[in-house]
Write a protein that binds this ligand. Structure first.
Ligand code: FAD
Length: 435
C-alpha cells in the first residue's frame, strides 16, 4: 500500500505530508472482524504502541494492536524526525521532583532514548534514513545560551556526550551565522519518522504481533481477570491493555484525554534543492531546534528537501498563516531558499502536559496508558513503549523506569486550547522584540 493514503481523514491544511509522499510501501492491515484473544491488546500504532508491541512480541507474548487509521497516522508519521534524548526538564530537576531512586531511573531511561531508537533501527534493519549526527540546540540570546549551557553541564556530570558549541561552530554546522552558540547532544540525530514507524510495525509483525488498521476502539470493559476492548466490527479480550493514543486520545478511557492539551504543530518543505544550495545549508545533516519562545525546528531530508517546523494554530486559516510564517522564517535564515519550490505543508497534534513530562497512567488494574510527550516523542515514546511492555510482561510497578500515576484531568481542560491561542500570540510578539 502506498503511504500517501496515510493522511486521509485529515483536515486539508495538515494533509500534504512530505513523509507520506516519500514513505516506503507497507502492507494493507485490515480491520479487526469478530472476537479475538491475546495476552496484551495495544491501542494506537504510533511509536509508543509499536515499540510496546515489538518488545512484547520479542518476549513471546501474544499481542494484537488496534489502530483507528493506519500505523503511523498520528504524530509518529508527521513529526520533525528529530531524535531528542532526555525529558524536557533538566536531569537535576527531574531527580529533585521525584524520589531519588525513581527520579534517577527516569533520567537514565530518557538518556538512552537515542541508543534505543538507533539500536532498534540497526537490529531490525529499518530503512528510515537514520542519521546519528547529534541534536543541535541553537541559542538566540545570552540568557538562553546560559540555560543550554547548564543543561549540558548536568548531562556531562552524568557521563553523557552533550557538548557546548560556540557561535563559530554553530555557524559552520548550520551554514548561517545567526545564533550565539548552543549545544550538540551527540546521543541524538534524525530520521524519516513515518518510515521508522512502518519499520517498527513490520518488525513487530515479524516477531508475531498482529496489527489491525481501521479499528478504532470505542469501549473498554475490564473485570478481575481480563479486559475486553471493542471496535465497530470486533473485540479483543486480553490479560492487559496498553493505551497509546497520545494527543488523539479523545474520550477513550476518560479522563485520560484530559491529562493532555493537544496542540497543532505544522511543517513546510521544499522540493529537493539544487546541489549547491543544499550543500550551503546544514552541510552535515543536522536538525536544529532553536530557543525562541515559539520554537522552530528545521532540517533537510535525505534527498535535500528543506523542512521548517513550528507551532500551529487552531483554525484552518491560522494554520495556513503559520505555515506561511515558517516559510518566511526559513527565508530570513537562508536567503538562498529564495528560488525553492515549497511543495509540502502538513501538521499534527502534540500532547502537552502540565508538568512538561509524559504520564504513565494506571487506568484499571489491567490497563495502563503512556501519553504526553510534549513534542519530544521520537525517543521518549519509543522508551515509554518499552516501559509499558515491561509492565504488561509482569514487572512490578515500583520497579518500572517511570512512576505510575492516576490520570489527573487538567483543570478547565475544555478552555485550555483557547488560552493557549492567546499565549501563542503573546510569545510571537515577545520573540519579535526580545529573541
Ligand atoms: C508536527 C509534529 C512535529 C514533531 N516533531 C518531533 C520531533 O522532531 N522530535 C520528537 O521527538 N517528537 C516530535 N513530535 C512529537 C512526536 O511525534 C510524538 O510525541 C510521538 O509521535 C507520539 O507517539 P505516540 O505513539 O504516543 O502517538 P501517535 O503517533 O499520535 O499515535 C497515536 C495513535 O493512536 C491512534 N488512536 C487514537 N485513538 C484511538 C482509538 N480509540 N483506537 C485505536 N487507535 C486510536 C491514532 O490514530 C494514532 O495513530 C512532533 C509532533 C508533531 C505533531
Amino acid at each position: 500500500m502506498k503511504q500517501d493514503r496515510i493522511i486521509q481523514n485529515e483536515r486539508a491544511p495538515l494533509a500534504a505530508s512530505l513523509w507520506a509522499a516519500t514513505a516506503n510501501d507497507a502492507p494493507d492491515r485490515p480491520a479487526l472482524h469478530g472476537g479475538a484473544e491475546a495476552d496484551v491488546v495495544v491501542i494506537g500504532a504510533g511509536f509508543t504502541g509499536l515499540s510496546a508491541a515489538l518488545h512484547l512480541a520479542e518476549a513471546g507474548k501474544c499481542v494484537i494492536v488496534l489502530e483507528a487509521e493506519t500505523p503511523g497516522w498520528g504524530a509518529s508519521g508527521r513529526n520533525g524526525g528529530q531524535v531528542n534524548p532526555g525529558l524536557k526538564a533538566d536531569p537535576d530537576q527531574t531527580e529533585a521532583e521525584h524520589r531519588r531512586d525513581i527520579g534517577g531511573r527516569m533520567v537514565a531511561a530518557s538518556a538512552v532514548a537515542g541508543d534505543l531508537v538507533f539500536g532498534l533501527i540497526k537490529k531490525y534493519g529499518i530503512d528510515c534514513d537514520a542519521n546519528r549526527c547529534g541534536w543541535v540546540r541553537s541559542a538566540t540570546s545570552a540568557s538562553t545560551l546560559a540555560a543550554l549551557s547548564e543543561t549540558g553541564r548536568q548531562w556531562r556530570a552524568r557521563g553523557h556526550a552533550v557538548d557546548e558549541i560556540d557561535a563559530d561552530e554553530m555557524a559552520r554546522l548550520l551554514g548561517v551565522r545567526h545564533y550565539v552558540g548552543g549545544l550538540i547532544d551527540r546521543r541524538g540525530g534524525n530520521l524519516h519518522p513515518l518510515n521508522y514507524a512502518l519499520g517498527l510495525a513490520a518488525a513487530a509483525e515479524r516477531a508475531g504481533a498482529k496489527i489491525h488498521g481501521q479499528s478504532r476502539v470505542k469501549q473498554m470493559n475490564s473485570d478481575a481477570d481480563s479486559i475486553t476492548v471493542t471496535t465497530d466490527t470486533g473485540s479483543v479480550t486480553a490479560g492487559k491493555a496498553l493505551i497509546c493514543t497520545n494527543a488523539y486520545t479523545g474520550p477513550l478511557a476518560d479522563p485520560l484525554g484530559q491529562t493532555v492539551v493537544p496542540v497543532t504543530s505544522v511543517q513546510v518543505a521544499t522540493e529537493p534543492l539544487s546541489d549547491n544550495v543544499a550543500h550551503s545549508i546544514l552541510p552535515e545533516g543536522h536538525s536544529p531546534s532553536d530557543t525562541r519562545r515559539l520554537l522552530v525546528y528545521f532540517r533537510k531530508d535525505a534527498h535535500g528537501r528543506f523542512i521548517m517546523g513550528g507551532r500551529g494554530a487552531l483554525s484552518d486559516k491560522h494554520v495556513l498563516d503559520r505555515q506561511q510564517a515558517l516559510r518566511d522564517v526559513a527565508l530570513d535564515l537562508y536567503p538562498q531558499l529564495d528560488d525553492a519550490k515549497w511543495r509540502y505543508a502538513w501538521g499534527g497534534d502534540v500532547a502537552l502536559t502540565r508538568s512538561h513530562a509524559p504520564g504513565l497512567h494506571k487506568i484499571a488494574p489491567n490497563a495502563m496508558a503512556g501519553i504526553g510527550f510534549n513534542g519530544r516523542g521520537v525517543g521518549m515514546a519509543t522508551v515509554m513503549g518499552r516501559i509499558l511492555a515491561d509492565w504488561a510482561a509482569g514487572c512490578p510497578e515500583d520497579a518500572l523506569d517511570y512512576p505510575v500515576t492516576r490520570p489527573q484531568p487538567i483543570p478547565f481542560h475544555r478552555f485550555r486550547r483557547i488560552g493557549l491561542g492567546a499565549t501563542v500570540a503573546l510569545f510571537g510578539i515577545l520573540d519579535r522584540f526580545s529573541p
